[in-house]
Ligand binder design. Structure first.
Ligand code: BMA
Length: 314
């Protein structure tokens, strides 16, 4: 199961984080959000405990690859008084929102008191990753795989999300003036037809602004006779209209290494965080591998855009 285009290179020290690195007892660590903070690479890692519930914990490193300093206790957990079920918080995405001068974390929380505790979206604001303001639930469940764009577009905050509509799991977008009331919801990127991404798709890391458009890294799922396979694809959106300009026909990263193929959930590559090193133009993608460990893949951002510009059919 190798990729067709070798634009992304797996870090040779993968996996970069496992449950064995954790300062307290945990079952698995995966699907981290990522951002540059105080000149360091900061990961907000989804951590699953022995009960099977998830919380989020910060890990920091100077080079984004080695010597991770991991917080000695959970950073963020579900808050039942906000209506979040104790099942946990999952799959964070982080943006620096210029207009508000703060970071906004989007994560999955579960609706307490609704039959089946469906997944939904919670927003959390912070300026320093020590003090957090809970902005509460957004949109109607079931919904997940959400992130804000890092800036307003035509005066609106823009939230990518993934509702389930008529059984379909496509990537949608919603608009707001206040990060609370959302409207003008519309489908943005549709799951493929009979393709590697035909069963479900969802946003990976937050959109990345480039001169060519918003770079979208997304996960696509195909259900097979031996289970689902989670792979990664790319798209480019117009900076203003958000129309899809380009989309990779083929997946660009799929489970290949042992730590991606075998874990708590086999054959899963699930990225939630990406960082562009402004000096080297290197794109770091942090992903959960097989719902068990955290791994890193890198590419030159120009190579990624050159590849996408060649993608004319999908
Ligand atoms: C998705 C999410 C992810 C998970 C993936 C594979 O639906 O729940 O958190 O990594 O499934 O199990």
């Amino acid at each position: 199961m190798s990729g067709f285009e070798e634009i992304f290179k797996r870090y040779e020290g993968n996996p970069i984080l496992t449950s064995e690195n954790w300062p307290y007892k945990v079952a698995s660590v995966f699907n981290p959000g990522a951002i540059k903070f105080n000149d360091e690479f900061l990961l907000l890692v989804r951590v699953e405990d022995g009960q099977g519930y998830s919380h989020l914990t910060i890990a920091k490193s100077k080079d984004g690859k080695r010597n991770w300093q991991i917080d000695s206790k959970p950073t963020l957990a579900a808050e039942p008084e906000l209506g979040e079920d104790k099942i946990g918080l999952e799959d964070p995405r982080i943006v620096w929102l210029e207009e508000r001068q703060e970071y906004i974390i989007t994560c999955v929380s579960f609706f307490k008191g609704v039959t089946g505790e469906p997944p939904g979206i919670s927003l959390i604001a912070t300026k320093d990753f020590s003090n957090f303001e809970r902005l509460g639930r957004q949109l109607i469940p079931p919904n997940k795989d959400a992130s804000l764009f890092p800036k307003t577009i035509k005066g609106y905050y823009v939230l990518i999300n993934r509702p389930i509509v008529e059984g379909r799991a496509d990537i949608w977008v919603s608009f707001s003036k206040d990060l609370n009331f959302w409207g003008k919801n519309r489908a943005l990127i549709l799951a493929g037809h009979k393709t590697w991404d035909s069963s479900r798709i969802g946003l990976g890391p937050p959109p990345i602004e480039t001169p060519e458009g918003w770079l979208i890294i997304y996960h696509g799922v195909r259900n097979t006779a031996s289970g689902a396979i989670y792979r990664v694809g790319l798209a480019l959106l117009d900076l203003e209209s958000l129309e899809v300009i380009r989309r990779s026909r083929d997946w660009i990263l799929g489970p290949k290494e042992n730590y991606e193929r075998v874990g708590d959930v086999d054959d899963v590559i699930f990225p939630c965080g990406a960082i562009v090193d402004k000096k080297t133009n290197e794109l770091f993608i942090y992903y959960g591998a097989a719902d068990l460990v955290v791994a890193l893949a890198t590419a030159n951002l120009d190579d990624v855009l050159t590849y996408l510009k060649k993608c004319t059919e999908y």
